[in-house]
Design a protein around this ligand. Structure first.
Ligand code: EPU
Length: 337
């Protein structure tokens, strides 16, 4: 467990941005994590998981701790359900595939989301009608200042749309070491309400889909719209879908009757940022090596050597234009460092 100096992070962030960590250490056990935290008390720390939700606009002037804890374990089960714990450093999609292979249902709609297990509760990852909060039983986290472990129940995580207590009141205070999911072994709840899934299944003549069928459909849909970070640097959705008041929506809808929308409550409507960005003319646009993906406008891409600052500039230009056109402030989903 060596602390390395000026460590390159290009291969450790899915945007593929070239930036260095002042110091870097990779931990593979909970004990190592406790030792690193204890021995480096008072130092500025930066916790790195799968690097799939950050935009590096500068070198990281801190000790970067790469959480590389591995392992998957069925901690309890009965005839119908299994509680499965995955360590924070497990690749999320590999974990989803492991669960499907064992016929454990509940997270198949979250196939192919980049990143590691440990980051999933932080932003309550979600796709195709399912969020992590629907199956997460608890997560285990280490308090940075005391190195003590604390179990957070689902309710204690205070989940919201791409939100949790780890982005709010407890930001920077805990490192997630493992996450436990409550999954079904029988009578799987199949979530296919999302339009694209039904179309994909129908295309393949599947009428009663298994969890594996749903996963395959989602892999096909995601692969057709979202770039593979191994081929084209990106961080998934760069922006969150904005939630606006019904009053504002009604006025906008009169002018833009094709605006897609989802009702959140009697007073709130969610509008897809991808649509707002596309209508503002940015889809497929490119400025140097920074661009907007041609098949999903919510995704910013690095064509090779874009700097974080160039991508940030592009994101700000998009925010400004969308605001001028629609009066809606769209917010970044990725963490800008
Ligand atoms: N749309 C456009 N143009 C675009 C993109 C989307 O007009 O370039 C429209 C679509 O036609 C559709 C609506 O926007 O009417 C929604 O599009 P889509 O189904 O692709 O989903 P999204 O709202 O753009 C969200 C998540 C994705 C997730 C998908 C599927 C957020 C910020 N993003 O995208 O999550 O995969 O739904 O559930 O909520 C991620 O977080 O990294 C991510 C990829």
């Amino acid at each position: 467990m060596e602390i390395l100096k000026n460590y390159p992070l290009k291969d450790l962030n899915t945007f593929g941005i070239a930036a260095n960590a002042k110091e870097f250490v990779s931990v593979t056990t909970i004990e190592e994590l406790a030792i690193v935290l204890k021995e480096n008390e008072g130092k500025k720390l930066f916790v790195l998981g799968g690097g799939s939700n950050m935009l590096l606009t500068q070198d990281i002037d801190a000790l970067v701790i790469h959480v590389n804890l591995k392992g998957i374990e069925v901690v309890s089960q009965d005839d119908n359900t299994a509680n499965v714990t995955a360590m924070a450093g497990e690749n999320w999609h590999s974990f989803v595939q492991y669960c499907i292979a064992q016929n454990y249902g509940g997270i198949e709609n979250l196939s192919l989301i980049p990143g590691n297990v440990g980051t999933t509760p932080i932003q309550n990852i979600g796709a195709y009608g399912v969020e992590i909060k629907d199956t997460m039983v608890s997560c285990l986290a280490m308090e940075i200042s005391t190195q003590t472990l604390r179990t957070f129940t689902n309710a204690e995580c205070e989940f919201g749309y791409r939100e949790s207590i780890f982005k709010g009141a407890l930001k920077g205070k805990y490192i997630i070491v493992s996450v436990t999911f409550g999954l079904s072994k029988t009578n799987h709840k199949i979530h296919t309400a999302y339009g694209d899934i039904v179309a994909e299944l129908t295309k393949n003549n599947i009428t009663s889909p298994t969890i594996k069928d749903v996963s395959n459909a989602i892999i096909a849909i995601r692969s057709s719209k979202l770039p593979d970070p191994k081929e084209l640097g990106n961080s998934g959705s760069f922006f969150k879908n904005p939630v606006i008041s019904k009053t504002q929506f009604d006025a906008l809808y009169k002018k833009h009757p094709t605006m897609p929308h989802y009702v959140v409550s009697d007073t709130e409507i969610k509008v897809p940022a991808g649509w707002l960005i596309e209508q503002s003319g940015f889809k497929g646009s490119r400025f140097g090596d920074a661009g907007v993906h041609a098949r999903q406008a919510l995704v910013l891409v690095n064509y090779g050597n874009a700097t974080g600052q160039e991508l940030l500039n592009l994101s700000e230009k998009i925010q400004q234009t969308v605001f001028e056109n629609y009066g809606i402030a769209i917010e970044a989903e990725v963490n800008v460092i």
